[in-house]
Design a protein around this ligand. Sequence first.
Ligand code: DP6
Length: 301
Amino acid sequence: MMKATAMAPANIAFIKYWGKKDVKLRIPSNSSISMNLSACTTTTTVEFSDDFEKDIVSEGFDSTRIIEHINRFRKRAKTKVKVTTKNSFPTAAGIASSASGFAALTLAASAALGLKLSERKLSEIARLGSGSACRSIPDGFVKWEKESASSMYPETHWDLRDIIVIVEEKMKETLSTAGHDLVSTSPYFTKRLEALPERISRVQQGLKTRNFRLLGEAIEEDCLEMHHVMQTQNPPLFYWTKETSRVIDTVKKSGLPAYFTVDAGPNVHIICEQKTEKNIIDVLKNYQIIVNKPAKGAHLI
Ligand code: DP6
């Protein structure tokens, strides 16, 4: 039977991927570093069969982009396909689901065809679907360089939390793919690329020595810089809303040891250590939150 089910986590970037050297192949302009998220997962079943008269994809997902990805495997299976996919988090919550989605889809499709691909190869294929998806293949804390991503440390390395604060349930208006492609219109893009090697080494050192302050300060710096680049692109991209700033303010005013980061949407990710989790949850009691631990990468179920 040509059928398999895989689960993959979303990930939060500590060093962001913003800009591509090769748009079609999704080769990034810079290396990025992320942590897999335990509570934000996609579970996908891929089945190839002659019984299907046409390709079938679960309602509410981008079937064109999903089938385009399946077509990368299609030379192995001449049949139609059925893709059933489900997110553990509300799809409309504005949490990027392309990372967990394309990682799960890649592993499920390759397993359905009986292919025994290396982690590196799976990461490369996932990248073609969505860049950040290549970071959801390996376990725990992950670095993406050039064609593929690999694990720096397993999920057990450091008991960090990513507490996602849902400030808006609306889907983002400008998808990140379109935004990436205009990155060079920002006069700050090359400045960012120049600053990155030093910042990446601080994130690496912070992770290695579990130095929370060193890591956190570099995470915030990179988030602010990416949004600065986004906002100075032509046309400018504003993912940050008043509510985003309000949440960050609330956490900062609490004086608790925690750092923020924001992706291509208004939701806020509060990064803290396990010992601070309860206090942060208390500070955010008026908000809808999702508490994540570091997680394994894509796996078959
Ligand atoms: C802001 O991976 O969604 O979340 O490769 O075009 O699918 P495509 O882009 P995508 O970009 C994610 C950008 C980001 C930062 C990050 O996750 O590193």
